[in-house]
Design a protein around this ligand. Structure first.
Ligand SMILES: NC(=O)c1ccc[n+]([C@@H]2O[C@H](COP(=O)([O-])OP(=O)(O)OC[C@H]3O[C@@H](n4cnc5c(N)ncnc54)[C@H](O)[C@@H]3O)[C@@H](O)[C@H]2O)c1
Length: 311
């Protein structure tokens, strides 16, 4: 698939990753449209020349409006993304319904290429570094279960209905516009009280972080170079960063020296996977590798967010 001449729809294109993907693909020459219900994303993040439609993708009429036969490809990023949520049923139904609605509408409109943003959470507490062919997949959160259910639907449409698909299992992505996760959370807490920082869990949770610009360039590369009916790739960095390391980086960037207190326990919340690192050997074998370490990605994301939240 040559994305420099393609007409594509990005769902969730007003969010962190989607807005960056929209900008990058537009700059590369693609005709880009975005559909988002703005439940979490913001209209002004969608780059100007990109066509925007406000659409709730759990609504089949809204989906039919944005899936048109002139599309070459759909990038489905819209999701209920708060992993530390309080409404399991809404999360599961919303995520799986959107994916099902889109695939059905694509089949009707003869749109034959689909990319999907899955998550490391499909692996549950698997051994690390976790390769794409790791089995059995045993997610421990409803969010991870919803992503695995989505992957099941995509596999079916890829193998039975001819919709060629790319599934990206993300590590943690950091960058501007992010809210409701560890980096913006620490910035907000330390701006309120620079003397003390409460850290969920024991601070030793250790995960791999990837900077959003690298994430979207890896997506483009894989779509242009992997050509199976169903292509599954981990996207992440080779190293990890602990929660206490993140607190150190954020404190350093803010120029503060707080006392840390820990809520205790090995995980931040029920369903939190305490240690995550994805194997990115399959990605490297295809010819793409990240240039930033996990710590560098966290530092870049922290700088972006300090500019937004504090200044
Ligand atoms: N950021 C990460 O660390 C990470 C990690 C693993 C997987 N992912 C996946 O990558 C994708 C993008 O993540 P992100 O960090 O950019 O999230 P985000 O929350 O910034 O963006 C998601 C977008 O989807 C939109 N949306 C939600 N429900 C919708 C609906 N019913 N109809 C239309 N739009 C709707 C939101 O308004 C938002 O703009 C998601 O699928 C997410 O699950 C992200």
């Amino acid at each position: 698939m040559d994305l420099t001449t393609a007409t594509v729809l990005i769902t969730g294109g007003a969010g962190l990753v989607g807005s960056h993907l929209a900008g990058m693909l537009h700059d590369a020459g693609a005709t880009v449209r975005v559909a988002d219900d703005l439940s979490k994303g913001e209209r002004e993040r969608v780059p100007d020349p990109v066509t925007f439609t406000k659409a709730d993708l759990t609504d089949r009429d809204d989906v039919e409006q944005v899936i048109t036969s002139d599309l070459d490809m759909v990038f489905h990023l819209a999701a209920y993304t708060d992993t530390n949520y309080d409404d399991d049923r809404k999360l599961f139904e919303e995520n799986t319904e959107m994916t099902y609605n889109l695939l059905e509408a694509m089949r009707d409109a003869d749109v034959e290429q689909f990319a999907f943003t899955s998550s490391s959470t499909v692996y549950g507490e698997a051994q690390r570094p976790t390769p794409e062919d790791y089995a059995p997949l045993e997610p421990i959160s409803i969010y991870g279960s919803s992503k695995l259910a989505d992957e099941g639907l995509i596999s079916t449409y890829a193998h039975s209905y001819g919709i060629q698909s790319w599934v990206f299992r993300f590590a943690n992505i950091v960058g501007p516009y992010q809210r409701g996760n560890v980096v913006p959370d620490f910035i907000e807490k330390l701006t309120d009280d620079p003397a003390e920082l409460e850290i969920l869990g024991d601070g030793r949770q250790e995960k791999s972080y990837m900077y959003v610009d690298e994430c979207v360039s890896a997506i483009k590369y894989v779509v242009e170079h992997a050509d199976e009916p169903l292509n599954i790739y981990n996207l992440g960095t080779k190293t990890t960063t602990s929660v206490t390391d993140i607190a150190d980086i954020v404190s350093d960037e803010l120029g503060v020296d707080p006392e840390y207190t820990y809520t205790g326990g090995e995980r931040g919340w029920t369903g939190d996977v305490p240690k995550m690192r994805l194997s990115i050997e399959k990605l490297a074998a295809l010819g793409w590798e990240p240039t930033l370490s996990s710590d560098e990605a966290v530092r870049n994301g922290t700088r972006d967010l300090i500019d937004e939240i504090v200044e």
